[in-house]
Design a protein. Structure first.
Lengths: 259, 269
């Protein structure tokens, strides 16, 4: 029964990608366009472009900066968010400023950060953090603020210390909302990873893709876009696994409430 | 039996809320004492400021004037030796912690070692009838069982006084009877002082050694009723006892008077 459901689920989730690939493969039968090479051409370019030293020179450093950027965004976002969310005055004091900074599109900061930090890894990580931190931070503030007042009173009445309160009440209580922020952080960070490598850069995924674009290496360009898509899917799978673990109680609770 | 010393003293308590529409006087002038080892019930019509009173006693809310003393020490913050059981067990237990972790959290916080803590949690869970449920999450249990978890958490904290705010208002009648018996049983075996707030008159008579009847807001103690029923109580025989019926009728009358609002402050009741 469950095995059958698993197989069915797998069939459903691969059906559309297979159909799209088939359509793509069949498209040269009807018309050819040099900007849309067939999948075989892109697959060939994928192997030639990425599965060699470029994986070490371009892909791994990009992924490393992405990982660092995401990690800093999450840790800093949760830490500052928990602090601001816990104190009403701090919240009303800082929220307008936070909303303002969040509204600034991070790519415009690239020249500024390049001057401040130089053109290096730190600058690229800073660009990722400058956009990735906001969803985590704002959701953490909201999540901490929204903890049930009776739970707050419970922890006060049992005189729970600040450390116990933070790790056993505040952070788990805000976790569902924080995870929503983390999910947004992942997609924003991937975009910013690419953008941070498109200017003043000589290596990295984003650099290579814009190089291919500028030099009419169309199949190579598509292979880069494909690789970015795969990175995005991997991030999302990792997120879902982490979410299942961190929020297993939350999903259980919701299931009981729905029943 | 010699009277035991006073544990909780509430004197001339007054609480006024400042709202947008002006001041609302929730508690007018409340004075009463609870002796060590007593089980005192507080009943009052709805809107009598019962929850406000408990929050003041628990140190969660500052009174406008008057004083609260626990064991001779003024209550200005949540007292260490007091444990609270809220009506909303679903919002008071932490859904991300297992039953055992919920009960053990206050102990962990006060630095009780892991082994001692686990032993204590297990003992307490079995005392409230939750043997072997420690590994579950609260939301996997029924409402009545969840309230047992909250009671276990309070009891494991080793309080001098257990303060319960309409704890059984949200459970069905049969579960409620079981939980009432549990409270009586814990009270007599643990020799803990219990302050039990309810809007249910029968419950107050069944549980209490003394019942404080509150007036409607602004609240004062309208009457103190000694419950001279035998110490051993039983859902069938106690509730059929003519004295039980007399007492509940008397308190019901008092509540009716309170609702009409024609009782007057009798100095310090």
């Amino acid at each position: 029964m469950t095995a059958r459901r698993l197989v069915n689920g797998a069939l459903y989730s691969v059906a559309l990608p297979v159909l799209l690939l088939a359509a793509w493969a069949a498209s040269p039968l009807f018309a050819t366009n040099r900007f849309f090479p067939p999948p075989s051409r892109v697959a060939e370019a994928f192997v030639k472009t990425w599965l060699n030293e470029s994986f070490v020179v371009d892909v791994l450093p990009s992924l490393g900066r992405l990982a660092f950027g995401i990690l800093i965004s999450i840790v800093l976002g949760i830490a500052v968010g928990a602090l601001i969310g816990s104190f009403r005055h701090l919240r009303s004091f800082s929220e307008p400023v936070l909303e303002f900074f969040r509204a600034v599109p991070p790519p415009v900061l690239i020249p500024v950060l390049a001057i401040l930090l130089g053109i290096n890894d730190q600058m690229k990580v800073a660009v990722i953090v400058s956009g990735g931190i906001w969803p985590v931070l704002l959701n953490a503030i909201e999540g901490v603020r929204g903890i049930d007042p009776i739970m707050r009173e419970t922890s006060r009445s049992y005189a729970l210390g600040p450390v116990t309160r933070l790790f056993s009440v505040v952070l788990p209580g805000a976790a569902p909302q924080i995870m929503t922020g983390v999910r947004q952080c992942l997609s924003v960070s991937l975009i910013l990873m690419v953008i941070s490598e498109m200017f003043n850069s000589s290596s990295g995924l984003g650099y290579r893709i814009s190089y291919f674009q500028a030099n009419y290496l169309i199949a190579e360009m598509w292979s880069g876009i494909l690789l970015l898509g795969l990175v995005g899917v991997t991030l999302s799978v990792l997120f879902q696994i982490a979410e299942r673990i961190v929020l297993s109680w939350y999903h259980g609770l919701k299931e009981v409430e729905r029943a | 039996m010699p009277e035991s010393p006073v544990l909780l003293r509430v004197e001339k308590l007054k609480k006024v809320y400042e709202t947008g529409q002006g001041a609302v006087e929730a508690i007018g002038d409340l004075t009463f004492t609870v002796r060590r080892g007593e089980l005192v019930c507080i009943v009052g019509p709805s809107g009598a400021g019962k929850t406000t009173l408990l929050k003041c006693i628990a140190g969660l809310l500052a009174p406008t004037s008057g004083s609260i003393e626990l064991d001779g020490v003024a209550v200005t913050a949540p007292p260490k030796r007091m444990a609270l059981v809220f009506q909303e067990y679903g919002r008071s237990l932490f859904p991300w912690l297992t039953v055992a972790a919920n009960v053990g959290l206050p102990l962990k916080n006060s630095g009780v070692s892991r082994d001692q803590r686990m032993a204590k949690v297990e003992r307490t869970l079995s005392a409230v009838g939750l043997d072997g449920q420690g590994g579950k999450y609260p939301w996997q249990l029924s409402g009545g069982m969840q309230q047992r978890v909250a009671i276990a958490r309070a009891v494991a904290y080793d309080p001098e006084i257990l303060v319960m705010d309409e704890p059984f208002a949200a459970v069905d009648a049969q579960t409620r009877a079981d939980l009432e018996d549990l409270v009586r049983q814990l009270w007599s075996t643990l020799e803990v002082t219990v302050l039990f707030v309810t809007h249910d008159i029968d419950e107050s008579v069944y549980l209490g050694e003394r019942v404080l009847v509150l007036s409607s807001a602004p609240t004062f103690v309208q009457e103190v009723v000694e419950i001279d029923l035998p110490r051993e109580r039983d859902q069938l025989s106690t509730r059929a006892d003519p004295r039980f019926i007399e007492l509940r009728t008397h308190i019901l009358e008092q509540i009716q008077i309170a609702k009409r609002g024609d009782a007057r402050t009798k100095g310090t009741a």
